[in-house]
Design a protein around this ligand. Structure first.
Ligand code: MN
Length: 234
């Protein structure tokens, strides 16, 4: 009985996938291309994880967000950060879909942007803010990793930046983001198992430590400057 159900389920999958692709509206949101090749973050994040994470997980958030907005023209016109800040004003029927998939789209767009093969170190106003608010990069990393380890199940660990440039570590479950409270994310790490399981299995702590090797500090510095200028969106 159970076996037959599984077989039927598998047999219908390709058809279902084709239908979803055919029906998914192509906008208003779209998958941003990765700013580097999928193998650029090796050995810390493996190529296969990047391919699946960007090409399938993130693409699915985009497709599902577009599908949710299909019959809601006003909401579809909003830039993503404004859409997420106005979740409470959306029709109840699409609120959860926009929260999960719009949040997923924003979080992953930020995530690809703040990583890169170059690494580097925080500099200038960003370094000053890290020293002031955390007592140095080592302390920031220690607190960030501890917070990331404490996330139960799927979620994110972020460093937020407020209008005065002050930094703070926060976590959110699922695909929630501080953008949903009108906040701004300086950078963040994805602690869903899909982000690290192929290479690290259950060792989330090892992933959190290794992740610092692929943080693009120049890009984070640009985001910090944009936040201070009131121009940081997602
Ligand atoms: Mn993810």
């Amino acid at each position: 009985m159970q076996r037959r159900a599984v077989l039927v389920g598998l047999a219908s999958l390709p058809v279902f996938a084709r239908q979803v692709r055919a029906q998914a509206p192509s906008g208003p949101h779209s998958l941003p291309p990765l700013p580097y090749p999928t193998n650029a973050l090796e050995p810390h994040i493996d190529q296969r994880t990047m391919e699946i994470h960007h090409g399938r997980h993130h693409q699915a958030y985009v497709n599902n967000l577009n599908a949710a907005l299909k019959d809601h023209g006003e909401a579809a016109k909003l830039p993503l950060h404004e859409l997420l800040a106005k979740l409470g004003e959306l029709p109840e029927g699409i609120r959860t879909a926009v929260r999960n998939n719009g949040g997923g789209h924003a979080n992953h767009t930020m995530f690809w942007e703040v990583m890169g093969p170059g690494g580097g170190q925080p500099a200038g106003a960003l370094k000053d803010a890290i020293d002031r608010d955390f007592g140095g990069l080592d302390k920031l990393q220690e607190q960030f990793n501890a917070a990331g380890l404490r996330v139960f199940g799927s979620g994110w660990v972020f460093v937020t930046v407020d209008a005065a440039g002050k930094l703070a570590i926060v976590t959110r479950p699922n695909q929630d983001t501080p953008l949903m409270e009108g906040g701004r994310v300086l950078f963040g790490n994805d602690v869903w198992e899909h982000a690290y399981y192929l290479l690290y299995q259950n060792r989330r702590g090892d992933y959190l430590k290794a992740w610092w090797n692929v943080v693009n500090w120049q890009k984070v510095g640009e985001r910090y400057a944009a936040a201070q200028a009131g121009k940081l969106t997602i």
